[in-house]
Design a protein around this ligand. Structure first.
Ligand code: HEC
Length: 155
């Protein structure tokens, strides 16, 4: 037995031990990584499912601002819309485009010609109103259309 062997043996087994520990750690690290990947996949899946559930609930839910079309009147519903959105150009004293929306009789003429609804609905062939502004809210358009459907009464 050479003294070299005596020295080398513990060194060798130490080396083997270190390799064993390193291998084990690597394996643990790997399986730990699989755990993390699995967890990430699982949470991604459940997140997708949750968002799907919420989405379908959203689809089923009624719109947040319901449009009340009960008992529409000219004085209570139509006139305020015209005053707020149209009078600055179509008041009797201004009459841009020779259009007057002040006074029921003037409004009724534009109703009967179809120009009022065509303009606010922004149908093809009509000048889109209110000019240079966004469309009226859909509920306002619905209210005007319903009032016209009921014969545009002066109530
Ligand atoms: C910024 C000014 C302005 C505002 C606000 C405005 N209009 Fe007009 N409107 C005009 C002008 C200018 C014309 C004529 C020129 C044209 O037809 O493009 C006109 C034309 C019209 C016409 C005739 C359209 C056609 O094609 O025959 C109608 C109806 C009308 N407006 C209704 C409305 C109503 C209803 C509102 C409010 C919801 C409104 N306007 C708001 C400027 C305006």
């Amino acid at each position: 037995m050479s003294p070299g062997y005596l020295w080398s043996k513990p060194a060798q087994s130490k080396l083997l031990l270190r390799k064993y520990i390193e291998d084990t750690r690597a394996r643990e690290k790997k399986s730990g990584m699989y755990d993390i990947i699995l967890l990430a996949l699982l949470s991604a899946c459940s997140l997708t499912m949750i968002s799907c559930v919420y989405n379908s609930e959203e689809d089923l839910a009624p719109p947040s601002m319901p449009c009340n079309t009960d008992g529409i009147t000219y004085s209570g519903d139509i006139l305020p819309i015209l005053e707020n959105r149209c009078f600055k150009c179509h008041a009797d004293a201004i009459r841009l485009g020779n259009i007057v929306l002040e006074g029921y009789d003037n409004v009724k003429l534009l109703v009967d010609s179809g120009r009022l609804l065509g303009a606010v609905r922004q149908d093809p062939g009509f000048s889109p109103m209110p000019q240079n502004e966004g469309r009226l809210p859909q509920c306002d358009i619905t209210i005007i259309a319903d009032w016209i459907n009921e014969g545009a009464p002066n109530n």
